[in-house]
Ligand binder design. Sequence first.
Ligand code: ADP
Length: 356
Amino acid sequence: MQPVVHFRNVNKYYGTSLAVDNLDLAIAPGQFVTLLGPSGCGKSTTLRMLGGFETPSSGEIFLDGKDITRLPPNKRNVNIVFQDYALFPHLTVARNIAFGLELKGLPSDAIHKRTQELLSLVHLKDFADRTPDQLSGGQRQRVALMRALAPDPNVLLLDEPLSALDAKLRQQMQIELKSIQQTTGKTFIFVTHDQEEALTMSDVIVVMNNGRVEQMGDPHTLYSKPRSRFVASFIGQSNFLDCEVISVEGGMAALRWEGNVIHAKVDTRQPAIGERVTVALRPEALHCSSEKPMDRLGLSGRVLQRIFKGNHTSLVIALANGQEVTAQLDLVALSQVSGDEVWIGWREEDAVILAD
Ligand code: ADP
């Protein structure tokens, strides 16, 4: 299938500083795609280049197979929702939504029909005659979204649109945004630095760091098979063990960590014998017990802290070499830990050998 958006070897310099570094990114149509990464990693610049508000220093951008690299924003079939909504304060909700359609010169009955359709999509029919200052934050957000969708763009760009909302409303809007995306079938490209937001809404997450794509995939794959330390710690939390590969057999690697033999499943890449690798372990993948386990897994440690988190407890455990790891245990799992001396283990398939 032809990608709806394709960045080909795109670089963007601001002066001498490289904000987007050789970006090669293809996005399939009809998906909710999130650009995720820390502040300054190049997410907004990427979005703005697609919207036509920035020009790449080199490379090309294609929309539906057509080179749009140098087209002005109004000649591209994309629309953008900004963080601050930028609604017209003196226009009613209906006129705000109709604005883009009026610009296009559509007949008034078509404008009315489309506006009504969009108002009902976000349950705002009764608010059509209000001005933005008579709306709640969430309602303003919905109007901004509908105004951007009104001219029927192929791709909707959303630059941290939920960041001004409080936590509860934000969660509600995440679900709503996802549902609007599914109902309309449009491609949404959403920018955020919030990993939870990305996990909640996305079909595909593009993790960016220092202007580059670190990893791209569906939320489950990124969480369960991160390829780098950066991804493993930016999405969720991870413990890392630096090991040496002893043997690889039957899809399983035996590794040496501080004189102990540990195991990990070989998945996305085949490590070489003698190679130094990093193993990532999620806190919830660790099992803890006061009893030494009978199976081959097990590292001894000492509990330094118990942190009650409501539905689970986090144990901070010092391993024999002093390195600290975190385990996340529910009430049943916690009952296996009586004192401060513990043994930790994991299922081999939960130990990920990082690619870099
Ligand atoms: P993000 O959206 O991930 O926070 P940005 O794309 O806004 O990152 O910024 C990427 C890098 O480019 C940052 O180092 C930022 O300081 C720089 N940058 C962004 N916009 C400009 C600009 N207009 N002029 C100069 N530098 C910029």
